[in-house]
Design a protein around this ligand. Structure first.
Ligand SMILES: [Zn+2]
Length: 214
């Protein structure tokens, strides 16, 4: 077992973040890789993932980013901080990849976009004004402003090409961030706001569906 595996086996990402003075009481922390105004980084036991910029890695890469050390030096620092015994003569093996594959990114981005799209659709149907004199609710107004836009985004992931999807992920981060923010605000305000229905399958290696999401 190399030093990186030994660390992943011995301590959780939460313990590592706390070692560097990061408050982990909320479910997400501010990303340490991008200028993060709302916490977008989730800590799992053996890795972290940022829903804003896609940063992904293990304890050593997290520590390296904070300390400015190389991953191997940061790993040694973690070992001494947590009393993890490692054999320095073990062959040096590269830590797990930093960035997730495009496929993993696409799945996560599409999940956020389609959840938000379905939320807007519920707003359009469930919050429509009863008659012409009623002032439209903020939910209905939001659905008017955003529904078509997010339907188009979802369709890129359902029937677009790989280049279109990559282009979207690289250049439309703010649209994903906006959807993520609205979903978390909505779920915070309304615990009944569970997503309903089944998400249509993203265009995969075998299947190529066309058409609007439902
Ligand atoms: Zn980030």
């Amino acid at each position: 077992m190399n030093i990186f595996e030994r660390i992943r086996d011995s301590v959780t990402m939460t313990q590592v973040a706390e070692l560097y003075g990061i408050d982990t009481r909320r479910s997400m922390i501010n990303c340490i890789f991008h200028d993060d105004k709302t916490p977008s980084m989730k800590l799992y036991d053996d890795h972290y993932y940022c829903f804003g910029c896609g940063a992904y890695g293990d304890a050593a890469s997290f520590a390296a980013q904070i300390t400015g050390l190389s991953q191997y030096e940061a790993a040694k620092q973690l070992c001494s901080a947590f009393g993890i015994v490692h054999n320095s003569s073990e062959p040096f093996i590269k830590p797990i990849i930093q960035r997730e594959t495009q496929r993993e990114q696409e799945t996560k981005v599409y999940r956020i976009l389609s959840d938000y799209y379905r939320m807007l659709k519920r707003f359009r149907e469930g919050y429509a004004p009863q008659n012409i004199e009623t002032k439209p609710s903020p939910q209905f107004t939001e659905s008017l402003a955003k529904l078509d836009e997010y339907e188009n985004y979802c369709n890129i992931f359902i029937s677009g090409t790989q280049e279109e999807r990559r282009d979207f992920i690289e250049n439309r981060k703010e649209a994903v961030e906006y959807a993520r923010k609205r979903l978390s605000e909505y779920h915070r305000n309304d615990r009944r706001g569970q997503t309903v229905g089944t998400r249509p399958r993203m265009a995969g290696r075998q299947e190529h569906k066309r058409g609007a999401v439902l």
